[in-house]
Design a protein around this ligand. Structure first.
Ligand code: ADP
Length: 442
């Protein structure tokens, strides 16, 4: 049975799923993009434009019916548009034009819109070939006019090499709008799971995201995203992260010859590797860098925070039982000492909801995360239950919030993670409005 045979699909969606218009590669293209969404589907779009107007757009997808319907509708909608209007194609427009698909497949429209946007960006880049690539001038500090940059002056007693290292790090991080670090008091509480799903939620909100796994002892992000076979490549710009379209991924796991290898690095070596990762990865321009930190409050998370600082926010992941509370307190104190703003505490593995009868059993004693948050005066963001589909999605290399978007647990997770970007977007709007008012007043 095709998934479009289910209820909730309009006739248009069913027709395009069965017989997609504009399907297949385009030979004569001048814009092209390929993106793998957090659900694991890969879409590729080809664009032929003349004088800044889309003459034709085609696509392919390895996803099923809804993916074909959304891709097809996206290509039809942008034909004849100016490139900047095509790049602004929104998920909502595709869904509206399709006239109905079930909510759990709406992410296909977002992936289609994002891939159209990326193809338009590729067209612009090709058109401007010969001129500087966007952001190229900022690939080094040379020519940067920022006066508040932490690398603008040489530190006392700093060697040439140390100063150059710091400048290179600043040049990379300068192109990242916001940095969020995911912390936990100990391993195994779901820190990487939250980091991956936060990155996915940000991508679903249309952000360009980097996900950096510096959990030296258990780099699990490659498995969680199905990237175990990826190896690190180098370019002139530095180490190339694995590019999944809006999401770029770098993990210490990519350095290991096989998943069974243990990392036996001594203290200073660990710090050097962490530093190299932060300094040498060619992220390009990002809206967010989500950092999956090593657990605890020792030297490793300390190095990460000091090197990437200023951090825009820390998400602290814990489990409900009393013994975990001690570690959370340490994590809160750690953030306060380092002046890292705390976005809040997330309680994971908070009860088990039986998929058969719906009853929730508090396997680990519940409420520890909320109590600690209240005691320490930090926001409590919510509780994620134990859900076998979370573990399944992690093992299958799929992000839970995209793969099981319609499930009750995914909705809980989104209700915890979505407000992070929403809050930052609201801050940006307020700052932009203030800047406009100041300009008018002058
Ligand atoms: P950490 O990064 O803190 O070491 P992980 O995110 O790697 O922890 O999670 C450890 C294991 O627990 C993974 O297999 C993951 O799939 C699973 N897991 C995490 N959170 C949940 C949950 N709420 N329900 C079910 N399994 C979970």
């Amino acid at each position: 049975m095709e998934c479009t045979d289910r209820e909730g699909f309009s006739d248009t969606a069913r027709r395009l799923a069965a017989d997609p218009r504009n399907y297949g590669p385009l030979d004569d293209f001048n814009g092209r993009a390929r993106i793998t969404g957090p659900c694991g589907d890969t879409m590729e779009f080809w664009l032929s434009a003349a004088n800044g107007i889309v003459a034709r757009m085609t696509f392919t997808t390895d996803g099923c019916g809804p993916s074909r319907a959304c891709g097809s509708m996206a290509t039809s909608l942008v034909e004849g548009r100016r490139i900047e209007d095509a790049a602004a194609l929104a998920q909502g427009e595709i869904l509206e034009a399709l006239g109905g698909i079930p909510p759990e497949f709406e992410h296909c429209a977002l992936l289609a819109a994002n891939t159209v946007k990326a193809a338009c960006e590729d067209y612009r880049r090709r058109s401007a070939r010969g001129a500087a690539e966007p952001g190229a001038a900022r690939a080094s500090c040379d020519g940067c006019a920022r006066t508040d940059c932490p690398a603008s002056g040489r530190g006392e007693g700093e060697s040439d090499e140390e100063f150059e290292d710091r400048r290179q790090l600043a040049a990379r991080l300068c192109r990242i709008r916001r940095k969020v670090i995911v912390l936990s008091g100990k391993g195994g509480v779901g820190k990487s799971t939250v980091a991956v799903n936060l990155a996915a939620a940000l991508v679903l909100a249309g952000k360009k995201v980097g996900l950096l796994d510096v959990d030296i002892h258990g780099p699990s992000i490659p498995t969680m995203l199905g990237l175990e076979r990826e190896k690190i490549l180098n370019s002139e710009e530095g180490i190339v992260p694995v590019d999944l379209g809006l999401l770029k991924v770098m993990s210490l796991g990519f350095l290991l010859p096989s998943a069974d290898d243990a990392v036996i690095w001594r203290g200073p070596m660990k710090m050097a590797v962490i530093k190299q990762f932060l300094k040498d990865v060619a992220w390009g321009d990002l809206d967010y860098l989500v950092v999956d930190s090593p657990p605890g409050t020792g030297d490793e998370p300390l190095s990460v925070c000091q090197l990437i600082g200023p951090v825009d926010g820390a998400l602290i992941v814990t489990t409900p039982q009393k013994v975990a509370a001690v570690d959370v307190r340490k994590s809160v104190t750690f953030c306060r000492r380092l002046d890292v703003p705390i976005l809040g505490i997330v309680e994971n593995m908070s009860g088990f909801t039986c998929p058969r009868c719906g009853e929730t059993t508090p396997i680990l004693r519940a409420g520890g995360g909320r109590r600690t948050a209240e005691d320490m005066g930090v926001p409590f963001l919510g509780s994620i239950p134990m859900d076998p589909q979370i573990a399944e999605a992690c093992d299958d290399g799929r992000t839970f919030v995209a793969r099981y978007a319609a499930s009750a647990t995914a909705k809980i997770m989104r209700s915890i993670l979505d407000p992070i970007a929403a809050q930052h977007d609201a801050e940006d709007r307020t700052a932009a409005a203030r800047a406009r008012n100041d300009k008018e007043d002058k």
